[in-house]
Design a binder for this molecule. Structure first.
Ligand code: GLU
Length: 502
């Protein structure tokens, strides 16, 4: 049975790279009729952000990635939070010491600092010198009995190679001499990621480990651990990062760095909150649709090898495969996401769109005063992201400042003088309309225009400007007049006439 896991550290929001890892991990389990597990990796307590664990649950739920086992829902392999498993790791570390795969290290911070400085002076990468490996078992026992602080380190062979096989990157092999005897159990008794991930993946019977390529170079070490324990190695699938095109920026101020000609330079960098890239939560808050984000993220690094571009989560669960994964980093393009989102908005039923749009409309307008369903129907073809809505409709609440220039429109054969005459005439037509219903307004205004001798554009163009103050609006003059109501429409037309006469 395929068992995959998403194993985030609670260091903040769910970034889009993390969401993609979660998505692929989820999809792989679903596609293969397996189980998807959530594990919280919180052994680095310094980096933990309060509230982050709850955010992870919420984000996965919002994304529709339901897990079969996890901290808040339980399962046979729990607990699923590493700090709640803390008692179990030292046991395995001691077992590893017995098998020669690890050893106690009592070196002081000062000694390690000195080694680090010496390495730095020589321009070398720091590697622990296996000093404590040479302690006799009796010396170790004595120190432990005396309560000396210690860590447990992995004992990496000094010669030979370590390797593993990755489903995407193939055989990866490194010289053991380049690997450090990294810490497995810290002085606070908690395991490092390097140890906990192996123990937990084994104990939780994980068959496929899917994670970012930042772990590719450490994976040979993990394989040494599996071998030392005599455990079966899971299938590894390391996924390339999600990148973004940007201009080169200062790390601290984030200001663009200019070259000697005063020009910005283009770079491709990892997606990063520090540089203002949005998280999944940010995108939802800005009014991107969940299904659009998930569809878009799925295609950042996976290709269906067909022309199909739109996938529901259910379709992805059916089609996702490792063969479609891309080995090279993918580029996150905000414009493309916007386009995707617009397409998803267009596909919604009018009712579904109206429901999604309502809170956004309410940011600009009082629901007691306006027909929200009608406004939504005018917006559905114009909006690419929901957060555009309040600005698009604010004119219904507050008339923008008068601008006589807007009345001049060559195509509509209109200028301020024509506008004034047309508005005076239309004022009379509008005043006589009852009831104030959209079809009634339409029929009466069009009748009036035909009778007046004005061309349609010469009447409707200035009317729209007069009651909206904008040359581009969702809906035309008739729809806007209907939404505003009779009193407000007449008041706005009067104000425009007055301003044009002045
Ligand atoms: N806790 C690690 C992270 O958040 C997970 C790596 C893994 O999936 O093994 O980066």
């Amino acid at each position: 049975m395929v068992r995959t896991r998403f194993a985030p550290s609670p260091t903040g929001y769910l970034h889009l790279g993390g969401l993609r890892t979660a998505l692929y991990t989820y999809l792989y389990a679903r596609r293969n009729g397996g189980r998807f597990i959530l594990r919280i990796e919180d052994t680095d307590q310094v980096r933990e952000v309060p509230g982050a664990v709850d955010k992870i649950y919420e984000s996965l739920r919002q994304a529709g990635l339901t897990y079969d086992e996890g901290p808040d829902i339980g399962g046979e392999y729990g607990p699923y939070i590493q700090t709640q498993r803390r008692d179990l790791y030292p046991k395995y570390a001691r077992e590893l010491v017995k098998r020669g795969g690890a050893y106690y290290c009592f070196c002081s911070r000062e000694r390690l600092e000195r080694l680090r400085e010496e390495a730095e002076k020589k321009g070398q990468v720091f590697k622990y010198d296996k000093h404590c490996l040479r302690l006799t078992p009796e010396e170790v026992e004595k120190k432990l009995a005396a309560g000396e602080p210690y860590v447990i380190r992995q004992n990496i062979p000094e010669t030979g190679t370590a390797s593993f096989d990755d489903a995407l990157f193939g055989h990866v092999e490194v010289e053991c001499a380049t690997l450090d005897d990294n810490v497995l159990i810290k002085s606070d008794g908690l395991p490092t990621y390097n140890f906990a991930n192996v123990i937990d993946d084994h104990l939780m019977a994980i068959t496929h480990v899917m994670r970012g390529t930042e772990y590719l170079s450490s994976a040979p070490k993990y394989n040494l651990l599996y071998q030392a324990f005599g455990w079966e190695v899971p299938t590894y699938i390391h996924m390339p990062p999600v990148m973004r095109e940007d201009v080169k920026r200062d790390k601290v101020t984030r200001q663009p760095i200019l070259d000697e000609n005063g020009k910005t330079q283009n770079v491709v960098r990892k997606l990063s909150k520090r540089y203002g890239d949005p998280s999944f939560e940010d995108l939802l808050e800005q009014g991107y649709l969940r299904d659009a984000i998930v569809n878009f993220i799925a295609l950042l690094g996976w290709s269906p090898r067909s022309d199909q571009e739109f996938f529901s989560l259910a379709e992805l669960e059916e089609k996702f495969d490792l063969e479609g994964l891309n080995k090279s980093p993918s580029i996150f393009d905000m414009d493309k996401l916007g386009w995707f989102n617009g397409e998803y908005i267009r596909k919604l039923s009018p009712e579904a769109f109206a429901e999604t749009a309502a809170p956004w409309i309410a940011r600009a307008l009082d629901p007691a005063k306006f027909d929200f369903a009608r406004i939504a129907s005018l917006l559905q073809n114009r909006v690419t992201v929901m957060n555009q809505i309040p600005d698009m409709i604010a004119f219904l609440d507050t008339m923008p400042a008068f601008d006589s220039g807007l009345y001049t429109n060559k195509k509509q054969k209109c200028d301020a003088q024509v506008a004034l005459e047309a508005l005076k005439y239309l004022r009379g037509v509008l005043a006589g309309i009852d009831p104030w219903q959209e079809t009634e307004i339409h029929d009466r205004v069009m009748e009036g225009v035909r009778a007046s001798g004005f061309k349609t554009g010469q009447a409707l163009w200035p009317l729209r400007i007069a009651i909206s103050g904008l040359s581009s609006t969702p809906g035309g003059a008739i729809e806007i007049a209907y939404l505003l109501g009779k009193d407000e429409t007449l008041a706005r037309v009067d104000a425009a006439i007055q301003a044009l006469e002045a």
